[in-house]
Design a protein around this ligand. Structure first.
Ligand SMILES: CC(C)(COP(=O)(O)OP(=O)(O)OC[C@H]1O[C@@H](n2cnc3c(N)ncnc32)[C@H](O)[C@@H]1OP(=O)(O)O)[C@@H](O)C(=O)NCCC(=O)NCCS
Length: 164
């Protein structure tokens, strides 16, 4: 990762930058208030990558906590699971380990601050680069979610469990 890229927690001033990256990089776009809502609830799960040359945001990842059932064990007990809502890096900055560091920083902080025991996410079955990234961090494909996306594409639900 270039020395001009700094990873740090999101703050309100980053909102426009994050919205721009989201629109440039992904077909799943969210209203500004949604980003802020997640940030206010789970501030430690929202990381940005900043280009320190000009202060622009070039990537982000955003997690939230859900109390739900494990993807790995059949149990009636709900546990705290981190859900990756969105991650993206601007095209010009890809393949420099920025996405990887955003993912890792987010995961570490979700365990540390919210005591999650597990992580999960959805990814388009055609999104090979993202799937490779998640597999590098030991996420496993749990199941296919048929027609999950608005355009009808299926998703993999991928999950990773921390060992106790
Ligand atoms: C997925 C994404 C965030 C990866 O960001 P990135 O900064 O380019 O990724 P990194 O440089 O950190 O790559 C880390 C690992 O991911 C995998 N990877 C990333 N891009 C890849 C590509 N184009 N082809 C194959 N593997 C790739 C590799 O395993 C890589 O590890 P390696 O460099 O040791 O081979 C980026 O491609 C992106 O923003 N895509 C569009 C948005 C998106 O699809 N988000 C995910 C939605 S679920």
């Amino acid at each position: 990762m270039s020395e001009n890229i700094r990873l740090r927690l999101f703050n309100d001033n980053d909102l426009n930058g994050v919205v721009k990256v989201n629109r440039a990089a992904l077909p799943e776009n969210y209203a500004s208030y949604f980003f802020l809502e997640v940030y206010y609830k789970f501030p430690q799960g929202f990381w940005v990558a900043e280009n320190t040359r000009n202060g622009s945001i070039i990537g982000y990842c955003m997690w939230r906590v859900e109390k739900t059932f494990s993807n790995f064990a059949i149990s009636l007990r709900r546990i705290k699971i981190a859900h990756l809502i969105s991650i993206a890096v601007l095209e010009d900055f890809r393949r420099q380990k920025i996405g990887e560091r955003l993912l890792k920083f987010g995961m570490d902080s979700m365990a540390r601050f919210y005591q999650v025991q597990e992580y999960y996410l959805e990814v388009r079955i055609s999104n090979t680069s993202a799937i490779k990234l998640y597999e590098k961090y030991n996420f496993k494909k749990i199941k296919i979610l048929k027609g999950y996306y608005k355009d009808g594409e299926d998703a993999y639900l991928m999950a990773y469990k921390l060992t106790n």
